[in-house]
Design a protein around this ligand. Structure first.
Ligand code: ZN
Length: 67
């Protein structure tokens, strides 16, 4: 569902609060698509690949802070 405003002006990103501040996720307030930033700080679509990546990262950090 693409909104015309996104086509014309680009997406309007609103940050999604995550427990881990190192993981950044955003949602466009118009089309509700989710985004994240890659390792280079570029805004990318939050695909399955990135979701899994974040889950892995969260687990990794949880383990590290637990020990
Ligand atoms: Zn949008």
């Amino acid at each position: 569902m693409k909104k015309i405003v996104c086509k014309l002006k680009g997406h309007t990103y609103a940050p999604i609060k995550k427990e881990n501040i190192l993981i950044k996720e955003f949602e466009c307030i118009h089309c509700k698509q989710r985004y994240t930033t890659d390792g280079y700080g570029q805004m990318v679509r939050l695909t399955k690949y990135w979701k899994e990546n974040h889950q892995f990262f969260e687990k990794y950090l949880a383990k590290r802070t637990a020990s």
